[in-house]
Design a protein around this ligand. Structure first.
Ligand code: MSP
Length: 518
């Protein structure tokens, strides 16, 4: 694998980022960072979705222009992702000029191709979904089931996209590529939705929705926000509908995995795929639909007042690095299933895994190396490593899980290796070996453990980049080592570390020491 292009959904900017938005960005960042350990050319796109009636209305209620409102809120997303060390390559805003111009050209191309046509229409529009709903989608009281609001009756002459033309091709693609939709159990949902698919309205009259990209040859019509938003995945990297695309686009497209929430799978596995087919572009290799995050097992909602911002969690626990939250979120649910956030569980899990098991293992092993050998690895310690096979098997297993975007499952494998290594220390009791004067064996055991710790640092890096870096520094290990180059033999004979350079890589969140640091 030489290149890896991944994207997230782009968030609506009608509010500040919450922990659900953060979950998706962290999950994608972990996947992205893992593949930077395997590929040379990698790219990670995220951003904000800024047009549409919802933003127009919210800005209006606040008495500010939609653009000012978007500028203010987009910055909150940028700041939050920075605080979480989300290492995206590009942050696109759908109000970027380049994006707007390319979207107009895409629309024009589809009109010229005959895939977009004009049609008078009456429909029910839910501004929460930014979508038309049919009568059968509504609750008994005629409300949108997701937003519990009555949709607005819209009677307009709009442009329509011939979605039905692509129905059979999409069904065939999903059926012949069982790994296209991840997890696979969601494919049936999409196939059911495809049964009743109709052509969709892809513009609104400007007098009703003014905050959007005007149709190039008919500025009285504004392009439907989902067509605008979905296009970001190709506009950002320089797709050109009526000429030669940028090299970046040629090198990156199709995306390797597009990460989205389960609620917007229909838009991505039906609408987006049809647009790409209409543009004669290759399709993304995988669409990963993640589950939703609840708070203390309850759906997050403004009315319940339980919406949590990711930065408030970092502040509440006085965390100087986002690694614990990243680790917790990324391993909170099996691939595609719903996850949950709770303060107690967060604290318990990261204390157990990152502080007690992993951090402590490194700390006490290095301390023993200093105590018994002045921090030196002697040539005679570098014999056969009894843990090497297990370490290399774990690398293989982690790679395999990431090939299927099983981020939680991969984390479990890493912690299993930490547990195996802890058990090896207990079983071999280097302190007893030292007491009995079996110094070569003692040094060998400690060195074996430290060799495995370099592997663990590499594997945990996508989840905990700061902790992994701190581990690597104390081990004199290059954290940029590609996963294929891991040997579990990177430590060589010589002086490794002095006492004053041994530092805990992560302090228990409720420890006195962590409190003092604060
Ligand atoms: N703007 C559209 C996406 C356009 S993509 C071309 C949108 N925005 S959103 O702000 O409502 O949601 C952004 C992403 O956050 C979606 O993938 C959505 O599933 C995800 N989440 C929103 N709330 C969530 C949780 N509570 N938990 C996990 N993810 C959630 O949809």
């Amino acid at each position: 694998m030489t290149k890896f292009y991944t994207t997230t959904a782009i968030d609506y900017v009608n509010g500040a980022p919450h922990i659900g938005h953060a979950y998706e960005k962290i999950l994608t960042d972990v996947i992205y960072r893992h593949f930077t350990q395997r590929c040379e050319n990698t790219y990670f796109l995220t951003g904000t979705d800024e047009h549409g009636i919802k933003i127009q209305k919210t800005a209006g209620e606040k008495g500010i222009s939609p653009k000012d409102f978007c500028d203010m809120n987009a910055q909150k997303f940028i700041d939050a992702w920075k605080a979480l060390d989300v290492d995206y390559s590009q942050f696109i805003r759908t109000t970027d000029k380049q994006h707007e111009e390319i979207v107009q050209k895409i629309f024009k191309k589809l009109v010229e191709k005959g895939d977009i046509y004009k049609h008078a229409y009456t429909g029910l529009y839910c501004s929460g979904c930014e979508a038309f709903l049919s009568e059968k989608d509504l609750t008994e009281d005629g409300l949108c089931p997701d937003h519990l609001k009555k949709p607005e009756v819209v009677e307009e002459e709009n442009y329509f996209f011939k979605l039905t033309k692509y129905k059979d091709a999409i069904i065939k693609h999903i059926k012949t590529n069982p790994d296209f939709i991840v997890p696979a159990f969601r494919a049936n949902e999409v196939l059911n939705q495809l049964e009743n698919i109709e052509d969709i309205s892809v513009s609104r009259v400007k007098s009703n929705v003014s905050w959007g990209i005007p149709v190039l040859d008919n500025p009285e019509q504004v392009i439907y926000v989902w067509i605008d938003a979905l296009s970001n995945y190709i506009t950002a990297i320089g797709y050109n509908p009526d000429g030669e695309s940028d090299d970046k686009f040629k090198n990156l497209w199709p995306a390797d995995v597009q990460v989205i929430g389960k609620d917007i799978l229909k838009f991505h596995s039906i609408y987006w795929i049809a647009i790409l087919m209409a543009l004669d572009l290759p399709l993304p290799k995988h669409i990963l639909a993640h589950g939703w995050i609840t708070i203390d097992q309850t759906k997050m909602s403004k009315s319940l007042g339980n919406v949590i911002s990711p930065t408030s969690v970092l502040e509440a626990f006085n965390l100087e690095i986002p690694d614990p939250l990243r680790y917790y979120m990324a391993s909170s649910a099996p691939c595609g299933k719903d996850g949950n956030y709770s303060d107690e569980d967060f604290k318990e899990k990261v204390n157990a895994h990152l502080a007690n098991s992993m951090g402590n293992l490194l700390n006490r092993t290095l301390s023993m190396l200093v105590k018994y050998f002045d921090g030196d690895i002697k040539p005679e310690f570098l014999g056969k490593n009894e843990l090497k096979n297990q370490a290399l098997e774990t690398v293989k297993a982690v790679k395999h899980h990431f090939d299927y975007f099983e981020v939680q499952e991969a984390a479990q494998k890493i912690i299993e290796l930490v547990d195996i290594t802890n058990k090896y220390v207990t079983d071999n009791a280097p302190w007893t070996l030292a007491k009995e004067g079996q110094m070569d064996r003692c040094g060998e055991v400690l060195t074996n453990v430290l060799q495995v710790m370099t592997v663990i640092a590499s594997l945990i890096y996508p989840y905990c980049p700061n902790i992994a870096q701190a581990m690597a520094e104390q081990l004199g290990y290059d954290i940029k080592t590609k996963l294929d180059d891991i040997t579990c033999e990177s430590l060589k004979a010589g002086h490794l570390i002095d006492k004053e350079n041994i530092k805990p890589v992560f302090l228990r969140m409720d420890s006195e020491l962590a409190d003092k640091k604060k």
